[in-house]
Design a protein around this ligand. Sequence first.
Ligand code: CP3
Length: 367
Amino acid sequence: MPPDQSASATDPASPDLAPFLRACRGIPGGPGDRVPVWFMRQAGRSLPEYRAVRGSGSILDAIADPELSAEITLQPVRRYGVDAAILYSDIVVPVHAIGFGVDVVPGVGPVVSDPFRGAADLDRLRPLDPEADTPYVLETVRILSRELTVPLIGFAGAPFTVASYLIEGRPSRTYGLTKALMHGDPALWHELMDRLVDLAVVSLRSQVDAGAQALQVFDSWAGALSPPVYQQFVLPHSRRLFAEVADLDVPRIHFGVGTGELLGLMAAAGVDVVGVDWRVPIDVARTRVPEHVALQGNLDPALCLAPWDVVAEATRDVLTRNAGHPGHVFNLGHGVLPELDPGILEQVVELVHAEGRCDGPFPEGER
Ligand code: CP3
């Protein structure tokens, strides 16, 4: 079935607005309307149908195959009945495409053969030309915008998180090299951030031009920073990133892990939705962001390995704490774990759709 591309499907004032887009905008649903739900890392990971089509090469080769990537994006929508699709791609695709020398090693993550060390490495970060460098991403988005019945979320890595891979050369626990560069050579740090913001902006804009209906920026590892350091070294860049996609008029989601202390600053980057991990309850997170900002989250993905009655109780706890607030997109606090039984996520979707409320009103003084 083709998606509803009529004006009413994207017009914020329309009652036909998709539940996911409505929640991102904080627009109340009527009684009986459903709380939208999708899962980070829903594409790939634990689905047997993913393993069946994925093959054994690098994920970057799979992403370069539009028919395959579109199929992998659609799989969780079919199986779970989620309210949004996330493009099957990766945050390192733009830096890989301009030839920085990044690969994604199974079970490890992004690995850089020749990490970023000094000013000379800035020349390795030329501007992205999406039609020439990542035509496969645009083709995947075009296929999906014909085939999907729910909105497609395009995405990019935030400059801090992408920089951490370029500098560390592989996943890190301490971000020692990244922090050393940030504090030791602030001028170079800001130049690096500028280049990475430009890459993210161009990539995000091209995804929306091709048909994506919402954008998520993953600053997955920003939780490694204190609020003052985030404010000085990251926020100005995240702010520019979001400002430069504001005219596209699609919801902008800003996500990080361990970012409880940063939620207010992440909202201040100029976004519609802030992602919350499982460490801060939704009702507490609400007090940390301005009233107009919606929240996304925040069931603990590891808790989903427990028996169903435990998962059901935790799911209900998230819904209860949200108290029918219309600005809530149900999600996990981080990505689906590879070992998770997909049947559990099917049940989570059913429960959220059956019991979630998005019609307010909320108790006086709650926000
Ligand atoms: O389902 C989806 O969310 C869509 C696709 C998606 C992938 N990566 C596919 C992928 C998205 C949105 C990402 C974003 C991404 N990539 C982030 C931000 C999200 C987060 O989890 O915080 C980060 C930090 C990366 C970098 C990266 N790529 C990591 C840490 C890994 C995992 C390594 C591993 O094997 O555990 C990857 C590889 C990757 N990206 C996989 C998938 C499905 C798994 C490996 C594979 O199938 O080859």
